[in-house]
Design a protein around this ligand. Structure first.
Ligand code: SAH
Length: 229
C-alpha cells in the first residue's frame, strides 16, 4: 500500500518526519517529498505550502506521480464552533471552499458548476480513526471544515462561515485536497488540531500553539498509519 501524508507548513510534517526518521528525498515543482518505507507500506510525506493551489498541486503529485492510494492531511485550523478549543483534534466530515463566489449567476456561495459545495471524506478511514480514538481514549471531534485562501481573524467573517456553511473549523487547504482526491477517486481523511479561534487574537494564538497543535495531529496520524500497516 502507498499512503500520502500532506501538511501545509513545515511545522505540520516535522513531527511525522521525526517519528519515521529514515527517508529518501524527491524534489518536484519546488516541493520536497519524503519517501519512507515502514513495515509493509510506502509513505510519501510533503508539506504543500499554504493555500488551496499549493495543496492541490501536492495532492495531485502524490496521486499521479507517487501513486498514493490513500491521502491523509495533518495540520492545524481555526476553531469556529464554540465547543472547539485550542488543542482539540478534529476529523473533517465534509469540506467546502468558502471563498468561491459566482453568485452573480445565481449559484449558491461555494458552488462550482459540475462540482458540489461540500466534498465528503472517506467513511472507512473516518471509522478507523474513530475506533482508534475510542481505543486510545483520545478525544476526536467531528465537524465541517471551510477552506479558503484567507487567514480568518475577524468575528464577522467567522460568523459568516458558521451561518453560510455550517462550518466548525476554518483552514486554507483541506477542501483543495478533497477536490483532488474526489476527482481521482482516492480515499482521504483530514485531521486538524485547533491552533486559534479565528478571532481578533487568532494570529497570536496561532503563533503560540502551532507547534503543539501540529504535534497533536501528527501523533494521531501516526496511529492511523500503524493501524493501516
Ligand atoms: N504564520 C504563517 C502563516 C500561517 S497561515 C506565516 O507567516 O507564514 C495559517 C495556516 O494554518 C494555514 O495553513 C491554514 O490552513 C491554518 N489555519 C490555522 N488557523 C487558521 C485561521 N484562523 N484561518 C485560516 N487558516 C488557518
Amino acid at each position: 500500500m502507498i499512503i500520502g501524508i500532506i501538511g501545509a507548513m513545515q511545522e505540520e510534517i516535522t513531527p511525522l518526519l521525526k517519528m519515521f526518521q529514515d527517508y529518501k528525498i524527491h524534489k518536484i515543482a519546488n516541493n520536497t517529498f519524503y519517501e519512507i518505507t515502514h513495515k509493509n507500506i510506502k509513505i510519501f510525506i510533503a508539506y504543500s505550502k499554504i493555500g488551496k493551489v499549493h495543496a492541490s498541486i501536492t495532492a495531485t503529485t502524490l496521486i499521479t506521480l507517487f501513486k498514493c492510494e490513500k491521502i491523509i492531511f495533518s495540520g492545524v485550523a481555526g476553531g469556529l464552533h464554540p465547543d472547539l478549543k485550542v488543542g482539540d483534534l478534529l476529523l473533517a466530515t465534509k469540506l467546502c471552499q468558502h471563498d468561491v463566489d459566482i453568485s452573480a449567476f445565481g449559484h449558491p456561495l461555494g458552488f462550482i458548476p459540475e462540482s458540489s459545495i461540500y466534498i465528503t471524506t472517506d467513511s472507512t478511514l473516518n471509522n478507523l480513526a474513530k475506533q482508534i480514538a475510542q481505543k486510545k481514549g483520545i478525544l476526536l471531534k467531528e465537524g465541517v471544515i471551510a477552506s479558503g485562501d484567507q487567514f480568518i481573524h475577524d468575528a464577522n467573517k467567522k460568523h459568516f462561515l458558521i451561518k453560510e456553511f455550517k462550518a466548525d473549523a476554518v483552514e486554507m487547504e483541506g477542501a483543495a485536497v478533497a477536490v483532488v482526491c474526489n476527482l481521482f477517486n482516492i480515499p482521504f481523511c483530514i485531521f486538524r488540531s485547533i491552533s486559534d479561534s479565528a478571532d481578533q487574537e487568532a494570529d497570536i494564538s496561532f503563533d503560540t500553539f502551532l507547534e503543539q497543535a501540529a504535534n497533536t495531529s501528527a501523533i494521531f496520524v501516526k496511529e492511523i498509519i500503524e493501524a493501516l500497516v
